[in-house]
Design a protein around this ligand. Structure first.
Ligand SMILES: O=c1ccn([C@@H]2O[C@H](COP(=O)(O)OP(=O)(O)O)[C@@H](O)[C@H]2O)c(=O)[nH]1
Length: 335
């Protein structure tokens, strides 16, 4: 019996979906998982026969009774994922569905697809969901799988030599200004560095655009000091779409892996972890975010950096994912 894990290729290197799946596989390989690779393409250009042959190629190494960790979705459309699951079932594999994103919840226009996604999830022996809130939501939608695990945190694996963060009253935001549009209009006291692709001309003196950085560049720049800001797609939390509350944020892990404390909205699904471990501030508005950073003393900052250091080690080594994957496999094996 082998343990396999799916992966995706062919998307833009700036796609967080691709980064998250690739990173999970990098960690899983350290645990001797075998990779099943999907290419991102327009599946509607395939006939049924072509799609079938393509999947047979992907599954060539899959053995009867193996375990498959299916990183969901493949982003090739539900028909592709459904065909993949059917093939896994023919080989009597045990399926661990690792839900990264739930397309019917991401965009209201896709909500009608929910029954089909729930049906796919229900074929699993175990489901990994990002948060407790997502678990509750999917159960409401009809999820019946008995074994459900909560992911809670992304890892951010790296071995870059970074700096020792220095106390600065500064915030950094690493995320697309197209998606988090309001962030460029930041008007609060604390200066904000934005790491994003952007063609906007910047006339805002409180904001400094740093451009899109590669992973080592980004982590090095963040490690200089200050705080990492996490915020949803709406400036006002009451307007925030449900999805950001159900998911877990990648940038939280990026900041922590760079060694800096974070400022996160109270609706973030893992806000309580940030609070309990003293990794930064949990706030209800951007005004509060700026105010708390302004009020921070050098001693408080140093204490936070020390707290972050321990979590940072775990994230850099991929411990959250390793633990999750090992626990998931043990559970489907009833050990
Ligand atoms: O200059 C940049 C800015 C962002 N990122 C990556 O993009 C992620 C943020 O993606 P997203 O905004 O989708 O994260 P989330 O909304 O989940 O926090 C970060 O964690 C980084 O890994 C990067 O590599 N370079």
């Amino acid at each position: 019996m082998k343990i396999n894990i799916t992966n995706i290729y062919g998307m833009s290197g700036q796609s967080t979906a691709l980064i998250a799946q690739n990173e999970t596989v990098k960690i899983a390989k350290k645990l001797d998982f075998h990779e099943l690779s999907f290419y991102f393409y327009n599946i509607y250009s395939d006939s049924q026969g072509e799609l079938n042959s393509r999947l047979d190629g992907v599954l060539a190494k899959l053995g009867y009774g193996d375990i498959v960790v299916y990183q969901s979705p493949t982003w090739n459309g539900r028909e592709y994922d459904q065909a993949f699951i059917r093939k896994c079932k023919i080989l009597n594999t045990k399926i661990i569905t690792f839900i990264h994103d739930v397309p019917p919840l991401m965009f209201p226009s896709n909500y009608y697809l929910m029954p089909e996604y729930i049906e796919m999830y229900n074929q699993s022996d175990l489901v990994i969901v990002p948060s407790e809130k997502m678990k509750e939501r999917l159960i409401q939608e009809g999820l019946t799988v008995q074994k459900i695990m909560i992911q809670g945190m992304w890892d951010h694996v790296h071995e870059y030599p970074l700096r020792q963060p220095v106390f600065q009253k500064k915030l950094s935001f690493a995320g697309s200004v197209e998606r988090f549009e309001h962030i460029s209009n930041w008007t609060h006291t604390t200066p904000l560095d934005i790491f994003s692709e952007s063609n906007q001309e910047n006339h805002n003196p409180s904001v400094s655009f740093k451009g899109w950085k590669t992973d080592p560049e980004l982590l090095f720049a963040l490690s200089e000091g200050g705080f990492g800001l996490v915020w949803g797609t709406s400036e006002n939390p009451v307007d925030e779409a449900d999805y950001y509350r159900l998911n877990i944020s990648h940038k939280v892990s990026t900041y922590l892996a760079a060694g800096i404390p974070v400022v996160v909205p109270s609706y973030l699904s893992n806000a309580s972890f940030i609070k309990e471990k003293g990794l930064g501030y949990v706030v209800d508005s951007l005004e509060e975010a700026s105010r708390l950073v302004e009020e921070t003393t050098a001693e408080t900052y140093q204490q936070m950096v020390e707290n972050v250091y321990k979590v940072s080690y775990a994230l850099k080594q991929g411990y959250f994912t390793k633990k999750l994957l090992i626990d998931a496999v043990m559970q489907v094996l009833d050990i």
